[in-house]
Design a binder for this molecule. Structure first.
Ligand code: SAH
Ligand code: MG
Length: 190
C-alpha cells in the first residue's frame, strides 16, 4: 500500500519526501522517542502515515490546504486504519489554530513561509520539543545558484536562504543541517 502511494506521488508530481529523507526522519522519531508530532503540509498523507507506522503510540496532527490532496490523504489514512492516530486538518497553516503540545514540529509546506510556520508553531512545542524542516536544498539550487532557471526559483532560493540565516541567528534554537533527501534542518531549544 505504501508503494501505491509512492507511485501515485511520482505519477502526479506530488512532492513527498525523498526515500532517504523519510527513512532518516522515521529513525530519528524512533531513537528520540517522539510521540506527538505536528506536521505542516500533509499532501496525500505519505509522510504522516510513515511516521505513524514507527510506533503505535504516536499521534500526529497534520495540516493541508489543498482540498484535493486533503481528500486523497483522508482516504489513504483510512486505508491504513490510522484515522484514530492521524488527525488531518483542511486549512491554510498560516491561519490555523492548534491547541496542545507536541514533541516535534515537522515543516514541509510552502518554502516561502518557513519562518512564519517556525515562529507560529514553536508555541505548540513542549520544553524539549524540536523542529525539523524539509527542502533546504531545493533540488541543489540553494547551493548551486547557477542551476536556477526561473524568476520563481530565484525567489524561493532567496526565501530558503533567509530561513537559513534566521535559523543561524536564532537566540532560542540551535540548528544542525543534515544532507539527506532534499536537505533537512533539526532545531533544538538551547
Ligand atoms: N509532507 C508530505 C509532502 C508535503 S508537500 C510528504 O512528505 O508526504 C507540501 C504540501 O504543503 C502541499 O501539498 C501543499 O499543498 C501544502 N501546503 C503548502 N502551503 C501550505 C499552507 N500554507 N498550509 C497548509 N498546507 C500547505
Ligand atoms: Mg518536502
Amino acid at each position: 500500500m505504501l508503494k501505491e502511494i509512492e507511485e501515485y506521488a511520482r505519477d502526479n508530481k506530488v512532492p513527498i519526501m525523498l526515500p532517504d529523507g523519510i527513512d532518516y526522519l522515521c529513525n530519528y522519531i524512533k531513537e528520540h522517542n517522539i510521540k506527538r508530532i505536528l506536521e505542516i503540509g500533509s499532501a496525500i498523507g505519505y509522510s504522516a502515515i510513515r511516521m505513524a507506522l514507527v510506533s503505535d503510540d504516536i499521534m500526529i496532527t497534520t495540516i493541508e490546504k489543498d482540498v484535493d490532496r486533503y481528500n486523497i490523504a483522508v482516504n489513504n489514512i483510512n486505508n491504513f486504519n490510522l484515522s484514530n492516530r492521524i488527525n488531518i486538518i483542511l486549512g491554510d497553516a498560516i491561519d490555523t489554530t492548534i491547541d496542545g503540545e507536541y514533541d516535534m514540529l515537522f515543516i514541509d509546506a510552502s518554502k516561502g513561509h518557513n519562518i512564519d510556520f517556525f515562529k507560529k508553531y514553536s508555541a505548540n512545542l513542549n520544553k524539549y520539543g524540536i523542529i525539523i524542516t524539509d527542502n533546504l536544498f531545493f533540488h541543489g539550487l540553494v547551493q548551486n545558484e547557477e542551476l536556477i532557471k526561473t524568476k520563481n526559483q530565484r525567489g524561493l532560493v532567496k526565501k530558503i536562504k533567509d530561513f537559513i540565516s534566521f535559523l543561524d541567528n536564532n537566540s532560542e534554537f540551535d540548528t544542525e543541517y543534515i544532507s539527506v533527501g532534499d536537505g533537512i534542518s533539526i532545531s533544538k531549544r538551547k
